[in-house]
Design a protein around this ligand. Structure first.
Ligand SMILES: *Cc1c(COP(=O)(O)O)cnc(C)c1O
Length: 418
């Protein structure tokens, strides 16, 4: 597999500035080679097990990205029926799509069942409802909350005892009762401990909860360990050591299969891990504004395009693409939204001038997919660099896009100015 050193200035040999020139700013650019490299790294870390990768579509939800995943033999994990519909437009068949609701409406669950998606059940009431209406006719996976606290920011932890996600493992008895009462067909157990867990040890404590519970379910086909792999946002960040994790989890899984008496599939649902590093948000500098205490770089983007810094206090490296040789200077890089809207505080960058192009790195995951039209701003275009060529994979919003859903009430049209 060819893999090249990631350079913010060049993406697969194309100059970032040339891409910006061609498609305009602000712009999301994704490097397909980086995504392939991550898929390879993932696969090579888990050896000797029957591995299935289910890309978590919510991280970066674009038709072309889903097609790219499918071409590479990666299945998909969705959290809404609409994500599943998009996956099917990308060529996936329902059996390749895992549907993981979190308190979704019964109407939507029924739709997901009718579509033939793999259903991941996240609560006892839902398990009972499915039992009453469908009985043993649907194959189900159970999302278990292992009551293991791990991960980074509390906002992205999902496997702790107070989290809304999944069925607490304390309710094992109630689960078994419902499964018996309705003759439910449990084919998978799932755990997703949230993003940014630190090491194999804590990961395995969640895994062990599933291994133990598996004894109650003789017809399992797979165990799904969700995701939460940490990626490096800045130099020196801890990252999930994939080789170490892969070796330990593969060994533990093989031993579990021995005890269970059958070889099951081992599923993962990486989102961020596969797409984060592939993404660059290119922005233009509108104004460089000197205040008595700080210097602000004001760019043509904001939390409407990349909310992670404001929502998760996330660090994103920033590169001055158009003036890499400028004298190092300290800046606050801020957005144009009428809110406190900061990408970076006290950031040392090569001198920034009006009109410079900056690249906000690691912007592939939860960037565009969380973008909004706040302040009635257009969302950026998206470009995928594939085999050395830049392809538009979503056009920039237009004013018409922003007003399309608004309904003009005739009664308001006749108002006269007072
Ligand atoms: C969000 C999510 C993922 C992906 O998490 P990452 O941290 O982006 O890898 C996987 N599985 C489920 C159920 C999720 O909700």
């Amino acid at each position: 597999m060819h893999s090249q050193q990631q350079s913010p200035y060049q993406i697969q040999g194309l100059h970032t500035l040339a891409i910006a020139q061609e498609f305009g700013l602000p712009l999301y650019v994704y490097d397909a080679a980086k995504i392939s490299e991550k898929i390879e790294l993932f696969r090579s870390s888990f050896r000797g097990v029957n591995l299935k990768i289910k890309y978590a579509a919510k991280a970066l939800t674009n038709l072309s990205i889903l097609k790219l995943m499918r071409m590479q033999g990666v299945d998909v994990d969705v959290v809404s029926v609409n994500e599943a519909r998009l996956a099917m437009l990308a060529g996936y068949v329902p059996g390749q799509i895992m549907y993981t609701p979190s308190g979704n409406s019964w109407a939507e669950i029924q739709r997901a069942i009718d579509m033939g998606l793999r259903i991941n059940v996240d609560s006892l009431p839902l398990l009972e409802q499915i039992g009453q209406v469908y009985g043993p006719t649907v194959s189900l996976c159970l999302r278990i909350n292992p009551s293991v606290a791990d991960g980074g920011n509390i906002k992205i932890q999902t496997g702790h005892a107070n989290s809304k996600f999944g069925i607490p493992n304390d309710y094992r008895q109630q689960i078994v009762e419902l499964v018996t009462q309705y003759g439910l067909n449990i084919v998978g157990l799932h755990v997703h401990t949230g993003s940014d867990f630190k090491d194999a040890h804590t990961f395995l404590s969640g895994a062990n909860v599933l291994f133990e519970m598996a004894a109650d379910f003789p017809d399992l086909q797979f165990i799904d360990f969700g995701s939460g792999f940490k990626v490096a946002y800045r130099e020196g960040d801890y990252v999930t050591d994939m080789a170490d994790l892969g070796a330990k989890v593969s060994a533990a899984f093989a031993a579990f299969c021995d005890r269970y008496g059958r070889d099951l599939e081992l599923w993962f649902e990486p989102g961020k891990f596969l797409v984060s590093e592939a993404g660059h948000l290119l922005v233009g500098v509108n104004v460089v504004k000197q205040n008595p205490t700080r210097t602000f770089v004001q760019v043509d983007s904001g939390l409407n395009h990349l909310i992670r810094p404001m929502m998760y206090d996330a660090w994103h490296d920033i590169v001055n693409v158009s003036n890499p040789g400028g004298a190092p200077t300290l800046y606050d890089v801020v957005g144009y939204i009428c809110e406190t809207d900061t990408f970076a505080t006290d950031r040392m960058l090569p001198q920034v001038r009006m009109g410079d192009v900056l690249s906000i790195e690691n912007a592939g995951a939860y960037g565009y997919s969380m973008a909004s039209n706040y302040n009635l701003r257009e969302r950026p275009a998206e470009v995928l660099v594939l085999d050395g060529e830049a392809h538009l994979i979503r056009r920039r919003d237009t004013f018409e896009d922003l007003t399309r859903g608004m309904v003009d009430v005739p009664e308001l049209a006749t108002l006269e100015t007072i």
